[in-house]
Design a protein around this ligand. Sequence first.
Ligand SMILES: Nc1ncnc2c1ncn2[C@@H]1O[C@H](COP(=O)(O)OP(=O)(O)O)[C@@H](O)[C@H]1O
Ligand SMILES: N[C@@H](CCC(=O)OP(=O)(O)O)C(=O)O
Length: 368
Amino acid sequence: MSTSHWKRIVVKVGSALIAPNQQGCSSRYLLGIAQFIATCRAQGCQVVLVSSGSVAAGRHLFSDLAEPTVSLKKAMAAAGQADMMATWDKLFDFPSAQLLLTHGDLRDRDRYISIKNTIATLLEHGLLPIINENDAATTAKLRVGDNDNLSAMVAAAADADALIICSDVKGLYTKNPNLHDDATLIKQVSEINADIYAMAGGATSSVGTGGMFTKIEAAEKAISHGIETMIVDGFDADTFNQLLKGQNPGTLFEPYDVPMKDLLHWMTHTSQILGELIVENDFSADLQKHDTQLTSDDVVAVRGNFSVGDTVLVRKGDGTKLAKAKSNYSSCLLHFIADKEDREFANNAQQKTGPLISDKNIAILEQI
Ligand SMILES: Nc1ncnc2c1ncn2[C@@H]1O[C@H](COP(=O)(O)OP(=O)(O)O)[C@@H](O)[C@H]1O
Ligand SMILES: N[C@@H](CCC(=O)OP(=O)(O)O)C(=O)O
C-alpha cells in the first residue's frame, strides 16, 4: 500500500469523531483528518469525504432524548447537518460541496450515473464533495442505513483507488475490543469470508451505526471494485502520519486482483432486488447472450411490486438464483399479461416492449 499511487480516495468519518460528546460538532479530531485530506490533495490525489455525524451533532437541540424515535432522529439529522458542514468548511481553505443521498438515488441506474458525473465534475474543479445519507428524507425502504456501506457505494461510483474508514477503534479485532480484553488487532485481510464476519459485532457507542459488521460489508463491496480498503483509528493523530508514509495503521483489506466491471459491480452491490421472476427448474438459456430473450412464456410466477427499470431477481422455482437484472416491465403489466387468456394481447405487449429483462443491465449470479 502506498499513498503515492492513489489518484482518488474516499475518506469516511464516523459520528464519534465529529460530535464526540453530542454537544454539537467539535473540530478536536477533525483537524488531523482535514490536514490529511489537504495533504493528499496537495500531492495530486483527489478526495471525496463521506461524513456521518448529523444526528449526533443535532442531538443537543432536542429534549426527550432517552430513546429518540425515528422522526426525532431525522429532525436531529436535519438540524445537525448544517453544523457538520460548517465545521468541516472551517477546516478547509478550498471549497466543498454537499451531496445528500439515499439508496433510492443510488439503486436507480440513471440517478447513479448522474451522481457519478456530479462527483467527477466537482473533483475536476477542485471542490471537495462531502457526502452523507439524506436521513431526513429516507424511509425504511429507501435508506442505505449506514455510512460504511454508503461510503463503499460512493467509492465505486467515484472509481476510487482507496477507501479509508476512520472510526473509534484501531481496526478489525478478533472480537469487539470494547467488550473483550483478549481481542487482538488483525492487520491484513486477504479474503472476506464467514470467519471475518463472525468477528464483527455491532456498535457499542451511543452514536455509531452498524459497528464493525457494516464496515466489513463496505470492505467487501469496495475490494471487489479493486478499491484498497482500510479501517483506521480517527482518534489517533498518528494514524494520518502513518498513512502518508505508506504504512498501515489499522486493518488493510486487499483489493481483488481482477475487479468487477462497473456495471456488474453496481448490479451486484448497489442495486436492490425489488421483485422476482421465477422460471421453470429446467430453464437453461444463457441470459447474458444477446440473442437470449426472456419472455413471459419462460416465467411461471412474478413476485413483488416493481416498476419499469427496477432490479429483479431471475430465479428457478427450486431457489437457484440465475441473475439480477433490470426489468423492462412493471410487475403490474406482467401480472396482467399472465392473467390474460388472450395470447394475442401478451404477444402484442411483448412485441412493443421487448424482452422482460434488459441484456445490458444484468449480473449473472453464482448458481447456488
Ligand atoms: N471485531 C471488532 N473489532 C473492532 N470493533 C468492533 C468489533 N466488533 C464490534 N466492534 C464495534 O464497532 C465499533 C465501531 O463501529 P461504529 O460504532 O459504528 O463506529 P463509526 O461511528 O466509526 O461507524 C467499535 O467501537 C466497537 O464497539
Ligand atoms: N447518516 C448518519 C450516520 C449513520 C452512520 O452510519 O453513522 P456512523 O456509524 O457513525 O458512521 C448521520 O449523519 O448521523
